[in-house]
Design a protein around this ligand. Structure first.
Ligand code: SF4
Length: 721
């Protein structure tokens, strides 16, 4: 029997395993005797970047590169690269020191309830990932929307990137994939997000070279969305034996069977492959009935290595969506079918996952759970007595009552995500949302009342929306800030195959065209509107929304955008045992990081960098770490005449070198002599440096910061960057 290895490639978030490989593994095992393994290469890749050693190596690279760039006249792109190098060289040592504590924090139930702690942890992790690409501009790694030199949308760019000898992913896979792994007859790569496309194609190339006997399949929503354009890029079929499009269960089993039986591929729906130089596409596979799907099989995945305090497992209670919002493309994968799994089987899934993995935290990743299903699942979980914490996305339907939310909460539901989109009724109607502003208002209040955390997503710039209407949405979220726990604003995108693209005149949309000519894998389209906000003005309003005071207030109350963290909200009383990072960085989360907008600013910064390089950065990493960590290590502080103490101050995202006498003074002022107490006193002593940046230009703000730092130096604190 043919064997199969399923791989989830980099790069996307690592809060929990993605469902695709677990669902496919379970189905293939249920329907056949093929052996199936699975590997979360995304998690493995992220974890290998998130080590202090990896960051420190990048600091050295950043210093060398910055020195070379400083000697040259810089292009715009090089100026940004220099800025990146300076950031990594300047902050990297601190980030490397903080990284172990940051990883402990995001994996501690106590800490994830502490928004300030999470703000520091998320920033440190983001900076550590960003450091990874300091030698390969313009790549920027992050867990939401990574940037690669070769855009996922640009087939030609992807092809060129793959032929480069210095492809970073090839080297990474050599390091991360053991000789005994991915030896199946077939390797199936599951691509869900755009950020996975360049690494996934690099993985296909790696497999071609290192596992030449393997058949390589590529599947998932991304390539399903672009299935009609794959034929224009036949070079892809040098790497990929077949693309699996739409839902992958049936095509995958049939493909494995075909290796044993010789059945022709033309008879297997859901495949795109090349034969005799022709790219062929078979039809849409018949979807599997929801009741015939097995419980996902997460065996083989390191469930305790994800960036959560305990395993959070994703589950689907339904496939597709019963609604049809004007901007949505969910039907592109599932067709028009909406399939709901019987509640008794969902209960069985939950029991099985609890038994196999001790899983107490589940996120239903349905497109949108219907009110009826939400009610039934809540009742079933409550009646089963299962101790579970769960969340899902649902619509703000009028039929959902406070009693429904109370029942959901009693069954363990702790967070609900809502695509609210707008707080203006005319715009909601244009979107075909089928909800009212009055219902939105009531539901937000009901959830807050019963103790369910509310995640609200809004869209700015839907075709026809005026600036005043968009402002109504911003004002609405401000008025309900105390009941909203997570708030996202996004700018409207016109996607291929959305209802708007199919009948643009209905929405006042004209001049639809490719966003970038030649970018065949770009799902977004360029367009114009007959009335309302155009895209550029929509961005202006969006910037206003995310810069608003209430947006920041919600973030600082509830932490960064990680809805799964709310599942741990009542496991441990907030902040008990948390705060290691906050203590280490001496109070509070970082504010804005310094940004240098032009080459002159960069040069000024680089002179400061060069001036201190001989001092702060040439300090041996360990010594730097020890002196800096004094505040967080729990060891008793001792005044030292020289070189003083290096303290990272999140209020200005600066390292400050403190004189021994100042630390001694702070130490004596702190009644309990604890690191937190001393840090608090230091913060008070250095208060002038921590005031908010003044209004004005970047240059004025930079000058203002320098003046504040000099004042602090006069009072005993000497800024070193
Ligand atoms: S409710 Fe969500 S998934 Fe359903 S159509 Fe609307 S946006 Fe799409």
């Amino acid at each position: 029997m043919a064997t199969l290895d399923l791989v989830f490639p980099p790069l996307t978030g690592a809060n929990y395993p993605y469902l695709s490989t677990a669902v496919l593994k379970a189905y293939v095992q249920q329907e056949s005797r093929h052996e199936v393994g699975q590997l979360d290469l995304n998690l493995r890749y992220i974890r290998h970047l998130l080590t202090p050693r990896a960051v420190r190596e990048r600091v050295t690279t950043a210093e060398t590169t910055a020195r070379a760039l400083e000697r040259r006249r810089l292009s715009g792109g090089e100026a940004f690269h220099l800025q990146h190098c300076l950031d990594v060289a300047g902050r990297g040592p601190v980030v490397a020191d903080l990284l172990p504590a940051a990883l402990r924090a995001v994996r501690s139930a106590a800490s994830v309830n502490d928004a300030a702690e999470m703000a520091v942890a998320d920033t440190v992790i983001a900076e550590a990932l960003s450091a990874a690409t300091v030698d390969r501009p313009p790549d920027q790694l992050n867990l939401v929307d990574p940037v690669f030199a070769a855009s996922a949308a640009d087939p030609q760019g992807l092809r060129e990137a793959l032929t480069r000898d210095d492809c970073p992913f090839m080297a990474a896979y050599d390091r991360l994939v053991a000789p005994g792994e991915l030896l199946g007859d077939v390797v199936g790569i599951s691509v869900v997000y755009r950020g996975q496309v360049p690494p996934a194609l690099a993985l296909a190339r790696w497999l071609r070279l290192r596992r030449p006997r393997a058949r390589i399949l590529l599947g998932g929503p991304f390539f399903t969305s672009h299935r009609d354009r794959l034929r224009h890029h036949p070079w892809l079929f040098d790497l990929i034996d077949a693309f699996v499009v739409y839902e992958g269960e049936r095509p995958l089993v049939s493909y494995l069977d075909h290796l044993d039986t010789g059945e022709p591929l033309d008879g297997i729906p859901g495949l795109i492959f090349r034969r005799d130089g022709d790219v062929r596409q078979t039809g849409m596979p018949r979807p599997v009935a929801a009741r015939d799907l097995p419980t996902p099989d997460f065996d083989g995945l390191p469930l305790h290595d994800y960036l959560m305090p305990a395993p959070v497992l994703p589950l689907l209670a339904s496939r597709g969506c019963y609604w049809n919002c004007a901007f949505c493309t969910h039907h592109h994968i599932y067709g028009d079918s909406y399939r709901v799994r019987p509640v008794e089987l969902i209960g069985r899934d939950l029991a099985t996952l609890a038994e196999r993995h001790g899983c107490r935290h589940v996120y239903f990743v349905d497109e949108s759970m219907s009110p009826k299903l939400l009610r039934h699942i809540s009742r079933a979980i409550k009646e089963s007595g299962t101790d579970l914490r769960w969340g899902c996305e649902t619509r703000m339907e009028r039929s959902l009552t406070r009693e429904d939310f109370r029942l959901a909460h009693e069954s363990g539901c702790r967070v609900l995500s809502f695509g609210m989109e707008s707080a203006n009724q005319r715009v909601l109607d244009l979107m075909n949302k089928g909800i009212t502003v009055a219902t939105i208002e009531r539901i937000i209040g009901d959830c807050a009342e019963v103790g369910i955390r509310v995640h609200v997503m809004c869209i700015i710039g839907f075709p026809g929306e005026t600036e005043e209407e968009a402002q109504e949405t911003i004002d609405f979220t401000a008025a309900h800030r105390s009941s909203i726990d997570l708030l996202d604003f996004s700018v409207f995108c016109l996607n291929r195959n959305s209802p708007i693209e199919r009948s643009p005149e209905t929405f006042g949309v004209t001049a639809i065209r490719d966003l970038v000519p030649g970018h065949d894998f770009e799902e977004r389209l360029a367009y114009e509107v007959k009335a309302g906000l155009d895209r550029s003005r929509a961005y202006d309003v969006w910037e206003r929304a995310v810069a608003s005071e209430h947006f920041a207030a919600i973030r600082s109350r509830c932490g960064h955008a990680q809805r799964e963290r709310f599942l741990f909200g009542d496991d441990v009383p907030a902040a008990v045992g948390a705060g290691e990072l906050r203590e280490a960085v001496a109070l509070g989360p970082p504010r804005a990081l310094p940004v240098w907008h032009d080459v002159a600013e960069l040069r000024e910064h680089s002179r400061a960098f060069a001036a201190r390089r001989g001092r702060a950065l040439s300090v041996d990493g360990v010594a730097f770490s020890e002196s800096w960590l004094l505040l967080g290590s729990g060891r008793r502080l001792r005044p030292r005449a020289s070189p003083g103490y290096l303290v990272f101050r999140p209020s200005s995202w600066r390292d400050v070198e403190l004189s021994g006498p100042l630390v001694s003074l702070a130490s004596s002022l702190a009644a309990d002599r604890s690191p937190a107490g001393v840090a608090k006193q230091l913060d008070a002593l250095l208060r002038p440096a921590a005031r908010p940046p003044a209004e004005g230009t970047v240059r004025e703000r930079a000058a203002d910061e320098r003046a504040a730092a000099e004042r602090a130096a006069g009072e005993g604190g000497r800024p070193v960057c």
